[in-house]
Design a protein around this ligand. Sequence first.
Ligand SMILES: Cc1cc2ncn([C@H]3O[C@H](COP(=O)(O)O)[C@@H](O)[C@H]3O)c2cc1C
Ligand SMILES: O=C(O)c1cccnc1
Length: 359
Amino acid sequence: MEKQADRQRINDLIARIEPLDVEAMEQARQRQENLTKPAGSLGRLEKLAIQIAGIQRRALPGIEQKVVIVMAGDHGVTVEGVSAYPSEVTPQMVQNFLHGGAAINALARQANARVVIVDIGVASELHHPDLVSRKVAPGTANMAQGAAMTEAQMLTAINVGIDILQAQQGVQLVATGDMGIGNTTASSAITADLLQLPVSQVTGRGTGLNDAQLDHKIVVIERALAINQPEPQNPLDVLMKVGGLEIAGLVGVILAAAAERIAVVIDGFISGAAALVAARLCPAACQYLIAGHTSVEQGHGHILRALELAPLLNLGLRLGEGTGAVLAMHLIEGALHTHNEMLTFAEAGVSNREEEEKN
Ligand SMILES: Cc1cc2ncn([C@H]3O[C@H](COP(=O)(O)O)[C@@H](O)[C@H]3O)c2cc1C
Ligand SMILES: O=C(O)c1cccnc1
């Protein structure tokens, strides 16, 4: 019964996701043409301003508050030896986030973004006043032996993501972040199945596997796909069988943000896998996405191409936590500052380009 209610809530949310507002985008485009710069000279920044105008349904969009939502969960598949680090690192890094000592804390402080840490599926008990405790299960099951999640767990985890996004009042830009040892394995499995690509093409070294360990990781993922047979046409089946609790949570965050007309800047491979699932559930949700960066993980490039998203940064990052997304927030804000604050040719008394002869 609860399962049906969870499924219904996701369906209702998806039904609310609308395409971007073309009128606001046209007004923003015209404004860009009249600002004191050669036409088109702000490149991607112009496109970002126009996209966010369409998201916010206004010619002069704004970002007052930003948040990075870091979903943390453990992965049963780590017993197969698919990560260079032990699973204990997941709760240890959650504590580190809560003490403000991780890369995401430093970058979020610089970007003036709030950090929200969610325990959606860490295997051990965690308590902290600032931790959002929404544990769906103490980690996933080992996908190399059967489904990572039950259908109920997967649906609940998506709904947790929806709850967390909807609890963020007054936010106009959301970054997605992840923490979960083993989650590049889940992300590769999702990507291989949904994009129907060989596992070897979408699998990388994660936290730093050597050649032999990478080969083993590929074999484990191939076994997980062979045992579970996730249906490529059914994104929720794929998510349930070879996904992760934090990935499901991020699917909920992305869908809920699109429904609330909030721009989402996605991070690396794990966020990308969540975006791919969300886009397969609701293609219109893609219009609300901005790709913060391109990860070293080779599967990420395949996702970005499939979603037709051009990454803002290429810094050789392979960390997750939302780091690349929060770094990209500076550029997104730059796009809105120029769009909103520059004067037009008429306002500044600057001569515009000569009109071309009409023939
Ligand atoms: C200290 C530390 C901090 C991290 N912060 C993010 N990740 C990243 O690495 C993990 C994914 O890689 P794999 O699939 O190889 O385990 C995830 O936890 C991800 O968030 C970290 C990993 C470590 C070790
Ligand atoms: O792309 C990412 O987000 C990533 C890559 C490697 C390890 N953790 C995260």
